[in-house]
Each structure stands twice: as structure tokens, then as C-alpha cells.
Design a protein around this ligand. Sequence first.
Ligand code: ADP
Ligand code: MG
Length: 346
Amino acid sequence: MFENASLSMLDQLGEFGLIDRLTQKYSPGNKNLVQGIGDDSAIYVPGKDKLQVISTDLFIENVNFDLMYTPLKHLGYKVVVAGISDIYAMNAIPAYLTISMAISSKFSYEAIEELYSGVYLACEKYNIDLIGGDTGSSVKGLVLSVTVTGEVDPSKKVLRSGAEPNDLLCVSGDLGGAYMGLQLMEREKRVFMANPEMQPDLEGYDYIVGRQLKPEARKDVIELLDSLKILPTSMIDISDGLASEIMHLSNSSGVGFTIYEDKLPIDTQTISMASEFNLDATMCVLNGGEDYELLFTIHQKDFKAIENLMDISVIGHATENKKVCEIVTATGSTFQLKAQGWESQE
Ligand code: ADP
Ligand code: MG
């Protein structure tokens, strides 16, 4: 629908016209912003005694997203959320955003406006300002580069490298849903390609489809931990799957981890979709990405404070067994985690 020749074509509008139209109704809210979009650089006043945090992500059409089933508004929202999630993973507060895009000729102005409506929605929800970017053309497809900055009190920053043996390994929310949502939409895409008369059948799976198309960053978890005066000893966001994120914490901190299959938080829709696909739900949790939950370690002394929180699960603990990450299955066997799933120890 975005390839309709009657819509305003981007080459007529030009880069300046495009940015003007995309940003004309936008007014950034952060009072520390001195100069936003419209000059060679943006300028802002950093918070007093704060550390400045910055993170960049790249999104390439048909590598990182598929416009067959991803509405552009959702895509705009999701790429910003992914950036914000990286800032929260440092225990920092996100502040500013830049977006660079390479656009092919198949996109109309209206398509890019749709994309930006999602970007603005995420800016509003997470209280951050869009302060710049760059725009160019691509030979094929859409490429987005998203940079988010944030701030953190030096005493509150959390790195991947701070976990110590016996720390508890915790995760927010539930895992594997975004991956199962993706599998479902890929299946419906194949059905549609084979027979364009078929309508997608997503009924009963609104939660996992939402996990894939409209993820949220765990601002609430960062605020909750802060209100409980819990400073995680290490933290990472789950963008690539639990197994590889545990291994990142392990490598950076120089500790091992043992996790327990029966402690993994998995939604019922994730479990039933996995069984429809003949997949093991635990494997989907370990390997499936894009949940944007937070994985973190805490001191044992903080256990009491989080024990009864619905949204935080203790899934294991750090060990002295340097860099050895294991999962104890529901039947009591132990396997070593790999970046993709687990492998038998023999
Ligand atoms: P320059 O020539 O210095 O790169 P541009 O003409 O590309 O400047 O950009 C003009 C203004 O528009 C700058 O403030 C820039 O940050 C902003 N801008 C350009 N592209 C985007 C975009 N895709 N999203 C948001 N702001 C953008
Ligand atoms: Mg430019």
C-alpha cells in the first residue's frame, strides 16, 4: 500500500522537504536541549555529575525486519525501544535519540511518516527527544540506524562485568514470546505467499504477536529496583536470546552460571505455539531473541526484597566455575549452555 504512485514521492520532496515535513509538528520536551533538529549538530546540557551513556543499533530490511508483516508504525516504535532498552541495561535513564535512514525508491513520504509516527510514540512513552539524524537513499530496501543517549549517576551504573560467585541471576517478564510471535508470522507469510486469498490466522496469539511487533523496554523494572534500593551487580538486556546473554555476563564477569529449566518464566501462549511447531519451549527461551527483558544479578542479601515480585524471576546463580554456564533440566540432567541452546557434556 505504500507503493501507490499517487502518494507523494520522496524524490520530489527531497531530503530537506522530507525532514521538514516529518518534524514540523514535533517539539522536543527536554529543557536541557539547547539545539535540536535543524543545525549541523544538536546541543544539550549534560546533567550535573552524571555519566553520559550512548548506544547505537542498526536495522536492515529483510535481515532484521520484514515489512510483509511489520507495520511501519510498529517498526518505528520497536527500533527506538530496542535502543532505549540498551540504555536501561546500564541502569541509566534515556534522554536523546537520533535516527539515520537509507530509503529506497519504493517508499513514499506517507510510508516514512508512518514509520515516524511510531518513533514519536516511543519518544513520548519513554520521555526522550528526537534531536537529529541523517537521511540518504539506498539501492534496495530500508536501513535504519538508531542512537540513544542517556545519563546515570556514577554510583548507579551497572556493567556486564560485576557479577560475583553466588549472586542470584534474575530476569524480568517472560521469555521466548517474541520468537514464537515471529515464527507464527513467518508461517502466515508462507501461507499467504502460497495463496494470497488466505487471511493470516493469528487468533488466540495476540500476546506473542504483540511481543514481536510492539515490545516495551523495562523502564518499570529499573524504577522498581531503584525504589527497592537494589543495585544489580551486573545487567544486560535480552535482545539475542537468554543463552547468549548469560554467556556475555559470564565472559565479562569471569564467573560461571547455573540456571534451572523449571524456573524459566514462559507465557502459556509461548508454550502452546512452541508445541504447535514441535519446538521445545525451553529452546525457544534460550535461543529466541527480541524479548527486551532485563537479565541481571543481585547480591543474595537482596533476595527477600524481590522474592514475591510477580515480574522478576530468579532463574539461577553465579558460580566460581569460571565461564561454565549450565542448565539443570526439569528432569535433573545438567547440560552446558551454548550461544544457541545447550549441548550434552560428554
Ligand atoms: P547535514 O548536512 O549537516 O548532515 P542534514 O541536512 O542532513 O544536515 O540535516 C538537517 C537537520 O535534520 C539536522 O539537524 C539533522 O540532524 C536532521 N535530520 C536529518 N535526517 C534526519 C532524520 N532521518 N531524522 C531526524 N532528523 C534528521
Ligand atoms: Mg545529513
